[in-house]
Ligand binder design. Structure first.
Ligand code: OGA
Ligand code: MN
Length: 277
């Protein structure tokens, strides 16, 4: 069966006609890179890609992030579970932040380019992943509102994201969060090709130079705007699915599931390529 791309509504595409082991062919990876920029989220259903092939494929797409956790024998793979008995307990706790709309690596100088999740085990009653396309959301803003966003800068902190998941932290938790460097990024991310997305989500703490509450009200308004149904897609997982998103424009979150769920994702991540401007 030939490689085939089926656009979804309102964004994203499903790719069929390719087996897990075939994604390691440069042409299949090139097809994926191009489609990712155009569609934002790519779905390869029922792929059951082998871990080695996932790593080879990731390398063909770009520069993989090396996991610091060393939980998997392959250094590029992170095992995404929230069960403290199956992973590092601190990491499991941090991952509760995944239940809130966010962009991966938003506190980095260059946020990560893309994230790949390969479903090893799925939750029986939930655990979907939802995506919001902030390219679409920005484009649909009234022109006057776009002008009001020009030049605004946002301070992103790990603590802001963690506080949503863990609203009553201990002093030690707060201190650990504060050790992650924070970052100021433009609110609107303009690409070299002219496309614009919103750099918002859980890490967005406040707007630089504005009263904190006033800035937060605007950030909340934009998050509410961007996560309306006409800008979102929610993926219901089946074992073996591979989903890839353009992390520079796709807010995402996991729909809550029990922390002890069997749900397990193998994740690889691509380092960012285009500075935020
Ligand atoms: C992530 C993430 C969402 C999910 O791994 O960065 O946000 O549904 N995962 O597991
Ligand atoms: Mn994420």
């Amino acid at each position: 069966m030939p490689l085939h791309l089926h656009p979804m509504d309102p964004f994203g595409a499903e790719i069929t006609g390719v087996a897990g082991g075939e994604l390691t062919a440069p042409a299949a990876a090139e097809h994926c890179r191009t489609a990712l920029d155009e569609y934002g989220v790519l779905i390869y259903r029922d792929l059951h890609i082998a871990d080695e092939d996932l790593v080879t494929f990731t390398r063909l797409l770009g520069d993989p992030v090396m996991s610091r956790t060393r939980e998997h024998r392959l250094g590029e793979i992170e095992t995404i579970t929230l069960d403290p008995s199956k992973t590092d307990a601190v990491l499991a706790s941090y991952r509760k932040g995944n239940f809130h709309w966010h962009i991966d690596g938003a506190t980095l100088e260059v946020p990560q380019k893309a994230t790949l999740l390969s479903a090893q085990e799925v939750d029986t009653s939930g655990g979907d992943t939802a995506f919001a396309d902030t390219f679409l959301a920005y484009a649909a803003l009234p022109e006057q509102e776009k002008r009001q966003l020009e030049g605004l800068q946002v301070q992103h902190t790990f603590a802001a994201a963690q506080l949503l998941a863990n609203p009553e932290p201990t002093d030690a938790e707060r201190a650990a969060w504060a050790r992650v460097p924070s970052r100021v990024h433009p609110l609107v991310w303009t690409r070299r090709n002219g496309r614009k997305s919103l750099l918002i989500g859980a890490t967005a703490d406040h707007i630089v130079g504005r009263a904190v509450e006033e800035g937060r009200a605007l950030l909340t308004h934009l998050l509410d705007w961007a996560t309306q149904p006409q800008f979102t897609y929610q993926h219901r997982w089946h074992r073996g699915d591979l989903v890839i998103w353009d992390n520079t424009g796709m807010l995402h979150r996991a729909i809550p599931f029990e922390l002890t769920s069997r749900r397990l994702m193998h994740r690889t991540t691509l380092n960012g390529v285009e500075a935020v401007a």
